[in-house]
Design a protein around this ligand. Structure first.
Ligand SMILES: Nc1ncnc2c1ncn2[C@@H]1O[C@H](COP(=O)(O)OP(=O)(O)OP(=O)(O)O)[C@@H](O)[C@H]1O
Length: 985
C-alpha cells in the first residue's frame, strides 16, 4: 500500500509539474480498463482522484467505483494493476516501481519519513493486495502493449525527448530506452545528449563516439566467439531502435543485423541535383537551408508539420527573376521544398509535442533532402510528402551531397514498406563496426574489392552507381568464396597428414598437371585398350592418363569427367574401372536409369569379349531394381566376398545392404542426376581388406588405403559451363573431353513450324530416311493426351497414326510408364533393327546409344530447354551415317529461340545460352537444381569470373591455414553459413 501511495503521490506531484494528469486519467479509464486500487486513507490518492474528476467528469463514477471495491480484485486483474503501476512509475520518469521507491529524494520531497514508510509497508500485505509484486524478485513486466505508449508518455514527461520522429509520423523512443538494450558494442559509453548527432531523423552517436565504439569492437573481435556474433546479433542491439520497430522487423524475419543488412536495394534511383526543369514525380535530392519549420494543430486529432527548405539549383533560363542575393553569377536559382507531414491522433495535437516537432527542424540548419516532388501553384515551390531529411553538420558538406547520389529502392518485405526498411537499415549501418570483415584485407584488396564495412555502406548508401556496383561485386564474391572455402575445407578435414592436405590443394591449384603414360597402366587396362574396335581420341587418352594418375594416389579422387554428347566418356570410365580391377580392387558403375545400366552392361560385355585372353576377364554383374531377388542376393554376396569385381547398376548400388570387400572406384554416370548426398554415400562404403577370390597382387595397397574412401569419377554429358561446374562441384577436379571420335559428321538441324504443311514435309523426310535404310527417333513431350494442354502431342496417342502413316516399317514405343523389361525390349529391338521408328518421350535423353539411328524428330520442341534438345539431338549422329534432327515448334513465335540449335552444335556454347535464357535451375533440370546452392545476388550466368576469383582466394586461404586456425573470424563465418547450403544439398 505504501508503495502504491508513494507512486500515486509522486505521480500527482508530477502531474502538476508536467501536465501528465490527462494522460494517466485517460489510461486508467480508457484503453486498458484497469482498476486502480487506492486506499481511501491516502491523501495522495484523493488528490489523484480529484484530478481525475477535474480533468474528466465522465470518469467520476468509474473512480468512485474503484474506491468502493479495493479488495474485490481477482487474479485476473493482477496483471493489469501491476501494469498500471508500472505505467505510473514510468510516467514520472522511472523505469519501474523499484526505481520509484528507491528514489529517496522524491520521498523527501513529499515530506515523508522514510523510516516510517519502510516500516509501514508490509511486504506480505503488498503481496496480498498486489500479488504480482514480489519484492526483491519482481520479474520484468512489459510496461505497455506497444511502444507507442512508451514513447508517448516519455514525450510528455521529458521536455527534450520529444524531438525525434520516424518518417511515418510515429514517435520514436529515446536514448534512455536503447541504453537498456544490449548493444553491438559491448563497452559503449552511454550516449549523452551533448554528443548525439542526428541523421535521417534518428539520434545517432557522434563521430567521436563511433570512434570509441569501433576500437572497442575491434578488441572484442580478437575473441572468436564474440566476433561471429557481430553480424549475427539480434536486431534489438541496434542503437535507438524502438520496441515497436523491433517487433515489426522480427515479425518480418529480420532477426539479426545480417538479415537486415542483407536486404539489398532492388535498384537505385538516379538522384541528380536538377539541371533541367523539375517535373512532378521526379525524385530529387537537394542540399539547402531550413527556412521555416511550423507545426500546427488542425483539429483535435490532426496536426501538421511543414518544413521549408531552400536550395540552389543550376538554372538554364537566365531571365529567371528568382535569383538570390548570395548566389554569385547567373545560371543558378533557389527553389523551395515544402516538406509536409500529417499526424493523426489526439496525442499528436498537444502543444508541447508540436513545439518539440517544430524545434527539431531549426531554421538555418543545413540539410540534405530527398523525395518525390510535386509542384505547387507558386513558381519554384515544390511539395514533398514522403521525404528523407539528413542534417548536415558541416555546411561545407552540402556541396558533396548535391552531386548525383544513388537513391536505394528497397523491395518491401513482410508488409514492411521500403521507406521503413531504408530507415532501419540506415540505423543498422550506424551500429556496424568497421572491422566486421572476416576475409583478410590483402585478399580483397588484391581483387580490387572493398572491405566488408565499405561494401555495406556502398550497397545501401552509395555515392554513385559505380560504388554500388563494386559493393555488389563484393557480396557476390562472398557468396562464392564461402561456398568454395566450405567445400575445400571439408575435403581437407577428411585427410590425415599435412602433406596429403597440401597435395590436395596443389592439385586444385594446378589442375591439369599430372598424368601417367599408358605404359604404366595395369596390364588389364592395357589389354582392354588393345582390344577396342577403335583407337581412343587424343582427348580420351589424356583423360584416362589423368584419371589413372589420380587412382594411383592414396588420396581419394573426386573428379568430374565432362564431355559433349557422344564424345566417348563411357569407354574412358571403363578403362578407369579396369585399372583398379587390375590392381586387385573393386569398382562400381552407377547410372540413373535401368535402360542405361543394361546398355552399359551389354556394351562392356561386348568389349570384354573382344579381349584376347579370356582368363583375365574380370567378373562383371548387373544390379538394378528389376534384378530378381535371388540373383540380387547372389550379386551382393559376390560383392561382399570379392567374387564380383565390377558391378553396373542403378541407385540399388548405394543401398545399405550392398557391401563391398574392396571398393576402390565409384563411377557415377550422368552424375548431375544424383544429389551430393547420394554421391557421398559411396564414401561410406570404405575399403576393407579381405580374402578376395579374384585378387591380383595389389601394387598400390598401402597402410593408408585401409580405411580410404573410394575414388569418385563422375561423368557429365550435360556440358555445364565451367562457372556452373565450379559452383556445383567446386570440390572436384575437372577433366574434359574436347573432341569427338573421328568420322562423325555434323547433324543437320532444321527448325520447322508444326502446322499441316510442316508435318507433311517432316513425314516426307522421315519416309526418305527410312527408305534409305535409316532409323528414326520420334520424341514427344508427354505420354498421354492432356485436356489442359491440347496443343501438345502425346506419344501414346500418336503411336497408331504413325504406324498407319509408315506402312512396311515397324514402330516401337518407349516411355516412363512402361515396365523395365518392356522398355529394355523396345530399345533392344530398335537397336538391333527389328523396329525402325522409336516413338519415345525424353527418357532417351540420357545416354541411349544406337549408333545407326540417323534421324530425330522432336514434337513441340519449344517445351524443351536448349541444352536438353542438344542432348536429345546427340542420340543421332553417333555412327558414320549422316544424320538430321528436326525440331517442330508449335507456333511460329516459338521458333526463334530454337534457331540457335540450327547454327551451333557446341554443347558448351548452347549450355551458356540456356544458362542466360533460363538460369541454372532449368538448365540442370528439377532434381539437380534443387542441389544448387542459393546465391541471393550472384548470377552464375554472368558472374563467372568472380567465382573463379573466389575459388583461387579460397585455395590461398587454406594454403595458409588448412584448419583456418589462423583466421578465426573466417572460421566462425563459415560455420555460421549453413553447411548444407554449402554442400548444395
Ligand atoms: N574413339 C572412338 N572412336 C570411335 N567410336 C567411339 C570412340 N569412343 C567412343 N566411340 C563410340 O561412340 C559412341 C558414343 O560413345 P559413348 O556412349 O561413350 O559417349 P558418351 O560420351 O557417353 O555419350 P553420351 O553423353 O551421349 O552418353 C559409342 O557408340 C562408342 O562406341
Amino acid at each position: 500500500m505504501a508503495l502504491m501511495a508513494l507512486a500515486v503521490h509522486s505521480c500527482a506531484k508530477c502531474f502538476r509539474k508536467r501536465g501528465l494528469k490527462n494522460a494517466v486519467a485517460f489510461e486508467v479509464g480508457g484503453d486498458f480498463h484497469c482498476k486502480l486500487s487506492l486506499g481511501s486513507k491516502m491523501s495522495s490518492s484523493k488528490l489523484l482522484i480529484s484530478k481525475f474528476y477535474k480533468s474528466s467528469r465522465s470518469k467520476h463514477k468509474f473512480a468512485e467505483k474503484l474506491l468502493e471495491e479495493p479488495d474485490n480484485y481477482g487474479p485476473a486483474r493482477v496483471w493489469n494493476r501491476s501494469k498500471l503501476l508500472k505505467k505510473v512509475s514510468f510516467s514520472v520518469g522511472y523505469d519501474d516501481h523499484h526505481g520509484l521507491i528507491e528514489d529517496r529524494s522524491i520521498r523527501k520531497d513529499q515530506g515523508l519519513n522514510l523510516k516510517d514508510l519502510d516500516d509501514n509497508f508490509h511486504v506480505s500485505l503488498g503481496c496480498k493486495k498486489f500479488p504480482s509484486i514480489i519484492m526483491g524478485s519482481s520479474p520484468q513486466v512489459e510496461l505497455y502493449d506497444n511502444s507507442d505508449w512508451h514513447s508517448r508518455i516519455r514525450s510528455y514527461s521529458v521536455d527534450q525527448s520529444c524531438n525525434e520522429l520516424v518518417p511515418n509520423g510515429k514517435p520514436l523512443d529515446t536514448d534512455g530506452l536503447s541504453e537498456k538494450r544490449p548493444c553491438v558494442y559491448p563497452c559503449i559509453p552511454s550516449v549523452s545528449s551533448s554528443t548525439v548527432r542526428k541523421v535521417n531523423g534518428f539520434i545517432l552517436p557522434s563521430q567521436s563516439q563511433l570512434h570509441v565504439l569501433e576500437s572497442s569492437a575491434f578488441m572484442v573481435c580478437e575473441d572468436d566467439t564474440s566476433t561471429k556474433l557481430i553480424l549475427d546479433k539480434p536486431i534489438s542491439c541496434i542503437a535507438g531502435l524502438s520496441k515497436r520497430n523491433w517487433h515489426k522487423l522480427e515479425d518480418s524475419d529480420f532477426h539479426t543485423l545480417r538479415k537486415l543488412l542483407h536486404h539489398f536495394p532492388r535498384t537505385y534511383a538516379d538522384l541528380q541535383n536538377p539541371h533541367v526543369g523539375i517535373e512532378d514525380g521526379h525524385y530529387l535530392i537537394l542540399a539547402g537551408r531550413i527556412f521555416a519549420s511550423k507545426a500546427v494543430r488542425l483539429s483535435c486529432s490532426l496536426s501538421f508539420l511543414e518544413v521549408v527548405v531552400g536550395g540552389e539549383i543550376v538554372h538554364h533560363d537566365s531571365s529567371s527573376e528568382c535569383k538570390v542575393d548570395d548566389i554569385a553569377g547567373g545560371g543558378k536559382k533557389v527553389i523551395y521544398l515544402h516538406l509536409k507531414k500529417f499526424f493523426r491522433g489526439t496525442r499528436f495535437t498537444n502543444q508541447p509535442f508540436l513545439r518539440s516537432l517544430q524545434q527539431k527542424h531549426k531554421e538555418g540548419d543545413i540539410v540534405c533532402v530527398s523525395g518525390k516532388v510535386r509542384s505547387m501553384p507558386t513558381e519554384n515551390h515544390y511539395e514533398i510528402r514522403e521525404y528523407c531529411l539528413d542534417v548536415i553538420d558541416n555546411a561545407q558538406d552540402s556541396s558533396v551531397c548535391v552531386k548525383g547520389r544513388s537513391y536505394p529502392i528497397y523491395p518491401s518485405k513482410g508488409g514492411l514498406k521500403p521507406q521503413f526498411l531504408r530507415d532501419m537499415i540506415t540505423r543498422a549501418l550506424h551500429s556496424l563496426p568497421t572491422n566486421v570483415d572476416p576475409i583478410p584485407k590483402d585478399i580483397t584488396e588484391d581483387l580490387g574489392l572493398p572491405h566488408l564495412h565499405e561494401a555495406y555502406i556502398g550497397i545501401h548508401q552509395p555515392k554513385d552507381l559505380s560504388e554500388a556496383d563494386l559493393a555488389r561485386k563484393r557480396f557476390i564474391f562472398d557468396e562464392f568464396f564461402y561456398l568454395q572455402l566450405g567445400r575445400l575445407y571439408q575435403m581437407l578435414e577428411g585427410l590425415g597428414s599435412r602433406v596429403e592436405k597440401e597435395g590436395l590443394l596443389e592439385k586444385y591449384r594446378n589442375p591439369e598437371l599430372h598424368a601417367v603414360i599408358s605404359e604404366q597402366w595395369s596390364s588389364l587396362a592395357k589389354g582392354f585398350m588393345k582390344s577396342l574396335p577403335y583407337s581412343l581420341t587424343s582427348s580420351q587418352l589424356s583423360a584416362v592418363c589423368e584419371i589413372i594418375w589420380d587412382l594411383k594416389r592414396p588420396v581419394p579422387m573426386n573428379r568430374l569427367l565432362q564431355g559433349d554428347v557422344g564424345c566417348g566418356k563411357t569407354v574412358v570410365a571403363f578403362l578407369a574401372c579396369l585399372e583398379v580391377l587390375g590392381s586387385g580392387y573393386q569398382a562400381a558403375f552407377m547410372v540413373p536409369t535401368e535402360l542405361l545400366a543394361v546398355q552399359h552392361y551389354e556394351h562392356l560385355h561386348n568389349l570384354l569379349d573382344n579381349m584376347e585372353s579370356s582368363d583375365c576377364r574380370p567378373p562383371v554383374a548387373l544390379l538394378t531394381g528389376s534384378t530378381p531377388t535371388k540373383e540380387a542376393r547372389m550379386i551382393r554376396q559376390g560383392l561382399q566376398t570379392g567374387d564380383i569385381s565390377l558391378v553396373i547398376g542403378t541407385h540399388s548400388l548405394i543401398a545399405e545392404k550392398v557391401e563391398f570387400s574392396a571398393l576402390r572406384l565409384a563411377v557415377i554416370d550422368e552424375q548431375h542426376r544424383f544429389g551430393v548426398i547420394q554421391r557421398g554415400r559411396f564414401n561410406s562404403k570404405l575399403f576393407y581388406p579381405s580374402s578376395i577370390a579374384y585378387m591380383a597382387s595389389p601394387t598400390d595397397a598401402s597402410k593408408g588405403d585401409l580405411q580410404m574412401a573410394p575414388h569418385v569419377l563422375a561423368l557429365s554429358a550435360t556440358p555445364i559451363p565451367r562457372t556452373l561446374a565450379l559452383a556445383l562441384y567446386g570440390d572436384m577436379s575437372l577433366t574434359q573431353i574436347t573432341d569427338l571420335p573421328p568420322g562423325r559428321s555434323p547433324i543437320d538441324t532444321h527448325i520447322v513450324e508444326g502446322n499441316d504443311t510442316g508435318f507433311e514435309m517432316v513425314y516426307q523426310m522421315m519416309m526418305d530416311e527410312l527408305q534409305a535404310g535409316g532409323k528414326v527417333f520420334l520424341v514427344y513431350p508427354i505420354i498421354e493426351q492432356s485436356e489442359q494442354l491440347p496443343q501438345l502431342r502425346a506419344v501414346s496417342a500418336d503411336f497408331k497414326s504413325i504406324q498407319t502413316r509408315f506402312p512396311g516399317y515397324k514402330c516401337s514405343l518407349l516411355h516412363g510408364k512402361m515396365k523395365s523389361d518392356e522398355k529394355d525390349e523396345a530399345l533392344r529391338q530398335f537397336r538391333h533393327g527389328q523396329t525402325h521408328i522409336l516413338l519415345s518421350t525424353q527418357v532417351i535423353e540420357i545416354g541411349v546409344d544406337v549408333p545407326d539411328a540417323s534421324m530425330m524428330v522432336v514434337m513441340n520442341a519449344e517445351r524443351f530447354g536448349i541444352a536438353q534438345l542438344h542432348q536429345l539431338r546427340g542420340r543421332v549422329g553417333r555412327g558414320s551415317r549422316k544424320s538430321k534432327c528436326i525440331l517442330l515448334g508449335s507456333t511460329s513465335s516459338s521458333l526463334s529461340r530454337l534457331k540457335v540449335l540450327e547454327h551451333s552444335s557446341d554443347g558448351f556454347d548452347l549450355a551458356k545460352v540456356d544458362l542466360l535464357l533460363r538460369g541454372p535451375g532449368d538448365l540442370l533440370g528439377k532434381k539437380q537444381s534443387g542441389h544448387l546452392p542459393e546465391f541471393p545476388i550472384a548470377r552464375l550466368e554472368v558472374d563467372g569470373n568472380i567465382l573463379q576469383d573466389a575459388h583461387v582466394a579460397a585455395l590461398k586461404i587454406l594454403g595458409m591455414s588448412h584448419d583456418l586456425k589462423q583466421f578465426p573470424m573466417l572460421k566462425a563465418e563459415l560455420s555460421m553459413r549453413q553447411p548444407l547450403s554449402i554442400l548444395g544439398d
